[in-house]
Design a protein around this ligand. Structure first.
Ligand code: AMP
Length: 296
């Protein structure tokens, strides 16, 4: 079904409580003569064109598009990062409306985690290396827990995630498969600045010279792709060249690895399985991540 089958189009609704978003969605489902498709785009707000690409995809595929704006404290291991995270609800509301969202769900922390809140969702394996190791176990526990809550609150047919956060998408896919959530996870391509930097809410905190240096992450991923295209099959050599390039750009590298995109286990030799190049680095105070699938 497409959006045109639901009529008439309604103005954007903003809900702050779980009860309100649920009752809005049940009314929309009940008032349609045929089953409708609900799409959910979970975000932490500060919407940019990367988020909007997810919303546009949802708009094309779903009858009702819900975007959640919730800076989830449970997934931050660093209180300063949580405090510095940009918040811009008015801008987000306007952007969501222009991108064709039907419902904004913007709950408070207390609404999502009341004082007696006690439950966590733990996904082992894929959540453990790289981002899991760097940001601590609590990061992906926080992500899995809030995504579980949002899926249970909205009950979407399709939920949209960005390839930009590839390990997060892999953790969510593992969880949805393991726990039999009745939802399709759609992973959308990374949206980039013209010179290659992946769009991120954190880019707002980069100065002009830092923005230029931040392109080094994308350039290192491109170098890895070029080496593979030229026939290199030894991961260690590719990783060494990419790391050297990032060091030379004056960016503080956290990791550059070649991994399997589903399990996030390290790949030693290119060719036998799909390979994702993943990178994390600090530019000034700002931690950035990016990734690219390498095609042999
Ligand atoms: P965030 O608000 O950072 O939690 O991101 C919300 C969703 O948008 C996640 O699924 C991200 O992977 C996705 N996203 C963030 N940046 C981009 C981007 N540059 N391109 C595509 N998707 C993105």
């Amino acid at each position: 079904m497409t959006h045109s089958t639901v009529s008439p189009p309604m103005p954007l609704r903003i809900h702050r409580t779980i009860a309100a978003v649920r009752s809005d969605l049940s009314e929309r489902r009940a008032s349609s003569a045929v089953p409708i498709t609900v799409g959910l785009v979970p975000t932490m707000g500060a919407l940019h064109s990367g988020h909007l690409s997810l919303l546009k995809r949802a708009r094309e595929q779903c009858d009702v598009v819900v975007v959640s704006l919730f800076v989830n404290p449970a997934q931050f291991n660093d209180a300063a990062d949580l405090r510095a995270y940009p918040r811009s609800e008015d801008h987000d509301r306007r952007s969501a409306e222009l991108a064709g969202a039907d419902i904004v769900f913007a709950p408070s922390v207390e609404e999502m985690y009341p004082p007696d809140y006690s439950t966590k969702v733990v996904v082992s394996g894929v959540s453990e290396p790289l981002e899991g190791a760097r940001r601590g176990r609590s990061h992906f526990e926080g992500v899995a827990t809030v995504v579980t809550k949002l899926l249970n609150i909205v009950s979407p047919e399709i939920a949209y995630f960005g390839q930009k956060d590839a390990q997060q998408a892999a953790v969510v896919q593992r969880m949805v498969a393991d726990l039999n959530f009745p939802v399709t996870i759609e992973v959308c391509p990374t949206v980039r600045e013209p010179l290659g930097l992946a769009l991120s809410s954190r880019n707002q905190r980069l100065s002009g010279s830092e923005l230029a240096r931040a392109n080094a992450l994308h350039h290192a991923l491109e170098l890895a792709g070029q080496l593979v295209a030229a026939g290199e099959r030894d991961s260690a050599r590719i990783v060494a060249r990419a790391r050297d390039q990032i060091d030379a750009a004056g960016v503080s590298l956290e990791y550059f690895e070649l991994v399997n995109p589903d399990t996030f286990r390290t790949v030693q030799v290119i060719g036998a399985e799909p390979v994702l190049a993943v990178v994390a680095a600090r530019v000034g105070d700002v931690r950035l991540i990016d990734n690219e699938l390498l095609e042999p």
